[in-house]
Write a protein that binds this ligand. Sequence first.
Ligand SMILES: [Zn+2]
Length: 310
Amino acid sequence: MDWVERVGNLRQWAQNGVRAPHKPLLMLYALGSFQRDPLGSMRYSEIEHELSELLEDYGPTRRTSPSYPFHHLVSDGVWEVRTDSGAGSPGTGVRVLRESGARGQLAGGLRAALSHDPELLGQLAQMLLDRHFPPSVHPDLTAAVGLDLETVDGARGAAGPASRRRRAAELRRDVLVAYEYRCAFCGFDGAIGRVPVGLEAAHVRWWAFQGPDDLANCLCLCSLHHKLFDRGVLGLDPGRRITVSREFVGRSPAARRQVLDLTGRELTGPQHGSARVAPAHITWHTAQVFRGEPRMAEGRAAPVQRSGTP
Ligand SMILES: [Zn+2]
């Protein structure tokens, strides 16, 4: 059994660039659980809340019940569910999963393979991260599922194989030059001596979702704005103005200055003659990553309540 191939090909209902990370998130959660307790199983009613938060924090905006991946992952052969009355999942109903005492764990064959091969856990986790999430999100997500990839073999770091790392380094240089070593959102241009620091090339449409490695799909962003862009706090409207999610909350002057005040602002760069971000990639980011509705810019007229009309 090639577990890497099997976990790499989880059946998903969505294609064509639509994000459906529910099964991958449950797999990462289960790998984290296995790492802490190889023999334990997870009772649906006990993990429901945490799994629900994980789907909300790292999935697309449309809501999905944790009961769906809990039941449907069984058909991929990597996960098994038992109830108080025996083997097999009782279905996707939240109530029946709770009341039947449903418990899930990685499939027996996979648990045996993980115990036998100390590199497999790291390989599987890294593959799931690479295929479904951009590198800036990996550390937060592994922490959220309780996975420790620092101490295991097999995880090769977010940058991937050597050819991919080389390409990423070239792209970063091209993007930083195009934006003249400034964050496209805030203008940050820090350097140590002549070496830029805290500036990164950000994909608009994620590389994991067929986002191309070219200037029309990239922005030069500072580390903070890169993270917020990949987490859907920041986005772009069709006119390439910066949008800020209504779901983002920050009360300090720093949060206002660095995030809220960006609302409606135009991008800084790229320099004349460089490709600007293509509308199709902005559309993908808005639909798949941006969280909920954008805030309105302050000072822009809010819809006026007319007096005298009912
Ligand atoms: Zn910035």
